[in-house]
Design a protein around this ligand. Structure first.
Ligand SMILES: *Cc1c(COP(=O)(O)O)cnc(C)c1O
Length: 352
């Protein structure tokens, strides 16, 4: 007798972020800022009250309350999860039957396709144009032509850094029957959120995360916001104790530290602009170095030298994300930003 892994998982590889240690990490779109000592103190006090022998609150009430208050929405429309990754997995698994179609808009976040391969939904892909843009009408047409039951996209988009405005998303929502999953992991850096409009639509789920703008990737906290009917379904299909008590406690503190996180957000956007302008200057030195506009905390670049630049930066202990003919660089601190720009400049000068 011999057990063999099934077709859909036998060739999968564990997710491997770049290995090794680097002085400057700009490869995962994390915030460069950890918590202040004052916030860490508050957390230390708060975790003292946790009953470690008890299961966590399955509805993460305090956490969802703080999240809802931060965004000024109804807390009853919020579902908390172990990272928005868990929500993507739950949505693709539970809201689609085997063989039903799930639409992606490429290039986009790699996890959408990954989870669909496990849940046996059929993927349909529509591509953005050479400028990495797509219109609402093109998305609507792709949904209708394919008969997709669900479309999922990041808005603004990881990795392109560009986004669909609210009017475009509204138009998609009201033109199709499909479930529209609007992954707003980077919307804290832009102002076109649909988070306040989920009650108006029967087919909208907005995803948010604490991993990027809130500098809390370590906690693994993600959120879905949707109307009551969809929220009830999400809460019913998630595993009951998905968010641990420690993350719930800390997350509730994070979302109530409004002033600190708003300031931190401003610094990230300021550094993003420094990074963007610095890289645009690099682009002026060389035709083969295209820098895309961005409304996120990272900058996306197209160049045939992507691999060589990536290797060169690693040799200088700077990690960025390499993706085929593209590089994606997250905004770091001012110093990290000036180092990465200076290194790329020096790379481009050397090859002249
Ligand atoms: C980083 C990111 C997430 C966040 O995932 P978490 O599991 O909440 O850390 C979700 N969607 C996109 C597009 C991302 O880039």
């Amino acid at each position: 007798m011999a057990y063999s892994l099934n077709q859909k998982i036998k060739d999968l590889e564990p997710y491997e972020p770049i290995s090794g240690t680097y002085k400057i990490r700009l490869d995962a779109n994390e915030s460069p800022f950890s918590y202040t000592d004052e916030i860490k103190e508050k957390i230390a006090e708060a975790v003292k009250t946790i009953d470690y022998n008890r299961y966590p609150d399955p509805m993460a009430g305090e956490l969802c309350g703080a999240f809802a208050e931060f965004y000024e929405i109804d807390k009853n429309l919020v579902t908390a999860a172990n990272g928005s990754d868990e929500l993507i997995s739950i949505i693709e698994t539970a809201f689609l039957m085997k063989g039903e179609k799930l639409l992606f808009i490429a290039p986009d976040f790699s996890m959408y396709k990954f989870y669909s391969s496990i849940c046996e939904a059929e993927c349909v892909q529509v591509n953005k144009n050479a400028e990495l843009e797509i219109t609402a009408d093109e998305i609507i047409k792709a949904i209708k032509d394919s008969g997709a039951k669900c479309v999922i996209f990041s808005n603004p988009c990881n990795p392109t850094g560009q986004g669909l405005g609210r009017e475009d998303v509204r138009k998609i929502l009201s033109s199709v029957d499909a479930l529209v999953v609007d992954d707003e992991a980077y919307m804290d850096f832009w102002n076109q959120s649909m988070i306040g409009e989920t009650e108006k639509y029967d087919n909208l789920i907005v995803l948010r995360t604490a991993s990027k703008a809130f500098g809390s990737a370590a906690l693994r906290l993600g959120f879905a916001v949707a109307n009551e009917k969809i929220t009830k379904a999400l809460k019913a299909v998630k595993s009951p104790y998905n968010v641990n008590s420690v993350s719930q406690k800390i997350g509730a503190i994070v979302y109530s530290e409004k002033d600190y996180f708003r300031k931190s957000l401003e610094s990230i956007v300021y550094n993003r602009d420094l990074l963007y302008n610095g890289l645009r200057n690099c682009g002026c030195m060389c035709d083969d170095f295209k820098v895309y506009a961005t409304v996120t905390n990272f900058v996306f670049i197209k160049t045939s030298m992507a691999f060589d630049i990536w290797k060169y930066l690693l040799s200088k202990s700077v990690a960025v994300r390499y993706m085929g003919e593209y590089l994606r660089i997250s905004a770091g601190t001012d110093r990290e930003t000036s180092v990465v720009v200076a290194e790329i400049e020096s790379y481009l000068k050397k090859r002249e």
